[in-house]
Design a protein around this ligand. Structure first.
Ligand SMILES: [Zn+2]
Length: 189
């Protein structure tokens, strides 16, 4: 409360109630970035609400005294949205990096049982399963079926789909296919 200030509207010496408002930029109700601070002062006598730019010299002087005594700090939670977003992007970045490292390792050291998701021609996805590996070659069985959507490929991973389409790739060849994105991804149990 600011005491004993002359009000330009009711021409009385009156007490005035002050209010500090911190505005935020919100994202889904989470404060992300603190925007400007807004201060209002209301006359207790006539009820007139002064906005920042209308403050008289008397109001300004008393208000500054209050601000000096109780400095307003922007609380850390005001940045909670920003912190959440930053953490999320760090996590996503770390995840994607980790994924590539693991797959790179799989393609350099193929193992029996690895399943490769393939995309040799556009709109046509299938898989192959590694049966055997030696120093230079990778022996595989190609899936009997194929699907037209990447997301459907999980419906044809059952062992019964690998029957007689046997083949051999050199280790170098599968690395080339991986680089060309003909091998989209690799799963290992
Ligand atoms: Zn007044």
């Amino acid at each position: 409360m600011l005491t004993n200030i002359h009000c330009d509207y009711c021409e009385e010496e009156s007490d005035m109630e002050y209010n500090f408002l911190q505005k935020y930029f919100h994202l889904y109700f989470i404060p992300v970035i603190p925007l400007k601070k807004k201060t209002t002062v209301g006359c207790e006598n006539c009820g007139y609400l002064y906005e920042d730019k209308e403050f008289t010299k008397a109001i300004d002087t008393k208000l500054n005294r209050v601000k000096d005594r109780y400095p307003i700090r922007t609380p850390i939670w005001a940045f909670s949205g920003l912190i959440i977003i930053t953490l999320f992007f760090c996590w996503a970045f770390w995840q994607s990096g980790r994924h590539d490292v693991v797959e790179g390792d799989y393609i350099n050291n193929p193992k029996k049982g690895d399943v490769y998701f393939l995309n040799f021609t556009s709109g046509n996805y299938t898989t192959l399963r590694i049966d055997k590996v030696d120093k230079t070659n990778v022996y595989y069985t190609l899936n009997d079926t194929s699907v037209y959507k990447y997301t459907k490929v999980f419906s044809i991973t059952n062992d019964k789909y690998y029957t007689n389409k046997k083949g051999i790739y050199t280790r170098q060849k599968i690395q080339d296919l991986y680089k060309k994105d003909s091998i989209i991804s690799i799963t290992r149990k």
